[in-house]
Ligand binder design. Structure first.
Ligand SMILES: Nc1ncnc2c1ncn2[C@@H]1O[C@H](COP(=O)(O)OP(=O)(O)OP(=O)(O)O)[C@@H](O)[C@H]1O
Length: 361
């Protein structure tokens, strides 16, 4: 992988509070990397370090092989799009798009050409003479993206660009950002706490917690083979079901009312069952019910406690031996509270984590 951005042993502290702790990250040329994590985990701080908006405490940042750790933001070859659109209110859309280029003394004809092309890509041609106050939130954010686009930079940094928009607009603009990336093939780093945005946009997702990267992988690996319990719990809605127990060396799990063989579970290379305390995790969509449960290796009787219709599907909260089992069924289900049902799952769909280290087994 040819590296576009390389972050080496990056540390950033505010006083005695270490926000980023010896963080290392290689971002490939043309890669769409999403930084995902709960509020306060340091995603925006990392993005601002890459942009040059914050002075790092220690470590280095390379962009296209050049050490830019102490370079001015304007000299780093990056374009940044913020949550707040940060447009100049007194200027028209065209003025906003041209502003940075004029300052950089780009020739007038070239400015015109770039604005025309950018307006076409973002479908804002008809808005060029308007001022920001006369635009909707979605249109403003397109202009903000356009302002980064006209600069012909190698790297785009997005800091929660869609979080001020309503759900429908967010979904529309998300698709457009993806299309833009396919078209331009620039390196993009995108901060969000929205897992749907992360899953749909990213080539790779870096899940952050407390200033460290908990896992860096493709969306599919993050979802299907989370490296630790934190990631497993963070990704997926509704969340993974977890049960505590012991795994003996013959692959038998016992605990939280469950007793089953996990033979068929795909252990990580080099890890085996060895009489240890574990978490057993199972995603809601891997719990089958009714007839489908009869095909599963592990089966049990459950009581339906709560039914949540979501439209296309329905979430069922069920109970077995005082333990909750959340799963999804068809939107048209006839299950109701109090029903006695059969549920089941297969060991190959489980996730197992060591209880001490919380690492995937
Ligand atoms: N200027 C500052 N001085 C002191 N602490 C700060 C400063 N800026 C950020 N922090 C702290 O650093 C931590 C990381 O903040 P950061 O904005 O990077 O989080 P985030 O993951 O982007 O969260 P959010 O999704 O809420 O924006 C937080 O605990 C925050 O309070």
């Amino acid at each position: 992988m040819q590296s576009s951005i390389s972050i080496r042993d990056l540390k950033l502290s505010f006083g005695s509070f270490d926000v980023l702790k010896n963080l290392n990250l290689e971002i490939g040329k043309g890669e769409f990397l999403v930084l995902l994590g709960s509020s306060g985990c340091g995603k925006s701080t990392l993005l601002n370090c890459i942009a040059g908006l914050l002075d790092v405490t220690d470590g280095q940042i390379f962009i296209n092989g050049k050490n830019v750790t102490w370079e001015e933001p304007s000299d780093r070859g990056i374009g940044m799009v913020f949550q707040s659109y940060a447009l100049y209110p007194q200027m028209t859309v065209k003025g906003n798009l041209a502003f940075g280029l004029k300052n950089a003394k780009v020739p007038k004809a070239e400015i015109e050409k770039r604005i025309a092309r950018t307006a076409e890509v973002l479908q804002i041609e008809s808005l060029l003479t308007r001022k920001p106050a006369a635009l909707s939130g979605g249109q403003r954010q397109r202009v903000a993206i356009g302002r980064a686009l006209v600069r012909h930079v190698d790297v785009f940094l997005f800091d929660e660009p869609l979080s001020n928009l309503d759900a429908k607009l967010r979904a529309d603009l998300r698709v457009e950002i993806k299309r833009l990336h396919h078209q331009l093939k620039n390196t993009m780093i995108y901060v969000t706490h929205d897992q749907v945005e992360a899953m749909t946009l990213a080539d790779r997702i870096a899940i952050m917690k407390g200033g460290v990267v908990m896992q860096l992988d493709s969306p599919s690996i993050i979802y299907n083979r989370p490296a630790n319990k934190y990631v497993a719990d963070f990704i997926g809605s509704p969340a993974m079901n977890f049960y505590q127990g012991t795994l003996d060396k013959d692959n038998n799990f016992r605990g939280d009312g469950l007793s089953l063989s996990v033979t068929g579970y795909p252990f990580e290379e080099g890890r085996v069952a060895q009489n240890q305390q574990v978490w057993l995790g199972i995603r809601p969509e891997h719990i089958r019910s009714a007839d489908a449960a009869q095909q599963c290796a592990v089966q049990m009787g459950a009581i339906v406690e709560l039914v949540e219709p979501m439209g296309s599907d329905t979430q069922i909260w069920s109970v077995v031996d005082k333990q909750n089992y959340r799963f999804r069924v068809d939107g048209q289900t006839e299950m109701t509270e109090g029903d006695s049902i059969r549920i089941g799952f297969d060991p190959e769909n489980l996730s197992l984590f060591d209880r001490d280290s919380e690492l995937r087994l």
